[in-house]
Structures are given as structure tokens and as C-alpha cells.
Design a protein around this ligand. Structure first.
Ligand code: PEP
Length: 251
């Protein structure tokens, strides 16, 4: 059995006080979600102040990015050791916004996943095709390249904690969700690539989250798909009520 993960990506939103209010409102609403792993990813600066707020709750903290070096002359970067120190236990890596606006490639994503695993932080490794790639019939080719590139040189034992998030770029922040069938087809394909890399047992265990305009209204259908093990949620994670109802999809 794969434990579902519902993760909220807060992107460039929420100051310290706003983040604290959101967590305080969210915690009682998800107190009965023991069957679900709950993660929220605030901006770096807010992480330490959320540590006492999430203590004793079901909520875990993630960062939205990590640099691959541990320390050094890398102005503006943050290492996995520093993220652990700040209270994160997960980190989102390779989000499409980072690939699009900050020049991330399969190679940099790969270095970041390795750095996270060494932290140790649990990587939430994001992949997904653009609309142009889907329309050109290249979805599987892109996903295979991203999975294999992101995981290059990572052995089976090291891979075990990795969470994969399938986020079709055309569905992020657009209100257009992939249909349940489109998402299931992509997830099954990704699981197949993991099986090719690490074997059937590892593929059976890896959690693959769907991301792209997940809302309380569509989460149940997505979660009913056999290869969808959770959600990475952007917009709908910024309000306690909507994120809680996504977390509580099974109730
Ligand atoms: C995301 O940022 O990972 C995301 C899926 O955003 P949204 O839910 O707003 O589409």
C-alpha cells in the first residue's frame, strides 16, 4: 500500500504572519487525516517560524528548491543542510516554473535530487510535458527523458524515498486539469520507467503525485486512479478550507 501524499506548493506567497495563520487554521481541519502524508512548502524565509506551529500536527514542511553544493561561494543559494536546519524534511525539485524561468535542466535537477537525498531530505521530483510536446505526441518521450535524466546515477537504495510529481505544464495554474484518464495514463507510464530503472518492487512502492489545477471538486476522481498516489497543489493550497478538503478527499 502506498501512503497518499498531499503537498501544497505556496510558491511566492505568504509572509511569516500569513503563513502562521494559514497553518493554524489548517491544522485542526486535517487532524483526522492520519492516512495521508501532508506537506506544505512555504518560501525559505518562513520555514523556521513554522516549525513550532506544525509540531504535534500532521503537517510536514518542504522547501521549494535546493542548491546542490553544501556550502561555498554561491550567492543567493540554499543547501540541503541549511534546509534541514531551517526545519524542512521535504524539498520540491524541478518544478516547471523553475525549469521555465530559472533555466533548470534535467542535469541540474539531477544534482539537486542527489543533494537532497544526501541531506537527507525527501525530494518531490517534478516532471511534466508542455502543451506543445503533448500536441506533438511527445508526452511519453519527454517524461522518459525527464525521469531518466533526473535520476541518472541514483541507485535503487538511494532512490527509495523519492516522490515523483507528474505536472503537465499546461495544467498548472490554468484551471485546466488533465482528465483522470490522461493523468492515469501518464502515471502508469512513469511507473513503467521506474520499473525499468529500479525493478518492479521499487515501481510498486514509489509515490507518484498529480499536479495541475487540483481542487476539492476534482481530487476524488484523480485519487481513484490506480497509479495516482496524491497531489501537488498550488493555488488551492493557499486557503486552509480548500487545501483541507483536498487532504480529506477520502472522508
Ligand atoms: C503547482 O504549482 O505545482 C501547481 C500544480 O499549481 P496549481 O495547482 O495552481 O495548478
Amino acid at each position: 500500500m502506498r501512503k497518499p501524499v498531499i503537498a501544497g506548493n505556496w510558491k511566492l506567497y505568504k509572509t511569516k504572519q500569513e503563513a502562521l495563520s494559514l497553518v493554524e487554521e489548517l491544522a485542526p481541519l486535517v487532524a483526522d487525516a492520519g492516512q495521508v502524508e501532508i506537506v506544505v512548502a512555504p518560501v525559505f524565509t518562513v520555514l523556521p517560524s513554522l516549525v513550532p506551529a506544525v509540531a504535534g500536527t500532521q503537517i510536514n514542511l518542504a522547501a521549494q528548491d535546493v542548491f546542490w553544493e553544501e556550502e561555498g561561494a554561491y550567492t543567493g543559494e540554499v543547501s540541503s543542510r541549511m534546509l534541514l536546519d531551517a526545519g524542512a524534511s521535504y524539498v520540491i525539485i524541478g518544478h516547471s516554473e523553475r525549469r521555465e524561468y530559472f533555466g533548470e535542466t534535467d542535469e541540474t535537477v539531477n544534482k539537486k535530487i542527489k543533494a537532497a537525498l544526501n541531506g537527507p531530505l525527501i525530494p518531490i521530483f517534478c516532471i511534466g510535458e508542455t502543451l506543445a510536446a503533448r500536441e506533438a505526441g511527445e508526452t511519453f518521450k519527454v517524461l522518459e527523458r525527464q525521469v531518466k535524466g533526473g535520476l541518472a546515477g541514483i541507485g535503487a537504495a538511494q532512490f527509495a524515498p523519492v516522490i515523483i510529481a507528474y505536472e503537465p505544464v499546461w495544467a498548472i495554474g490554468t484551471g485546466k486539469t488533465a482528465t483522470d484518464a490522461q493523468a492515469q495514463e501518464a502515471h502508469a507510464f512513469i511507473r513503467g520507467v521506474v520499473s525499468e530503472l529500479y525493478g518492479a518492487a521499487a515501481a510498486g512502492k514509489v509515490r507518484i503525485l498529480y499536479g495541475g489545477s487540483v481542487k476539492p471538486e476534482n481530487v476524488k476522481g484523480l485519487m481513484a486512479c490506480s497509479d495516482i498516489d496524491g497531489a501537488l497543489v498550488g493555488g488551492a493550497s493557499l486557503k486552509a478550507a480548500s487545501f483541507a478538503s483536498i487532504v480529506n478527499f477520502g472522508q
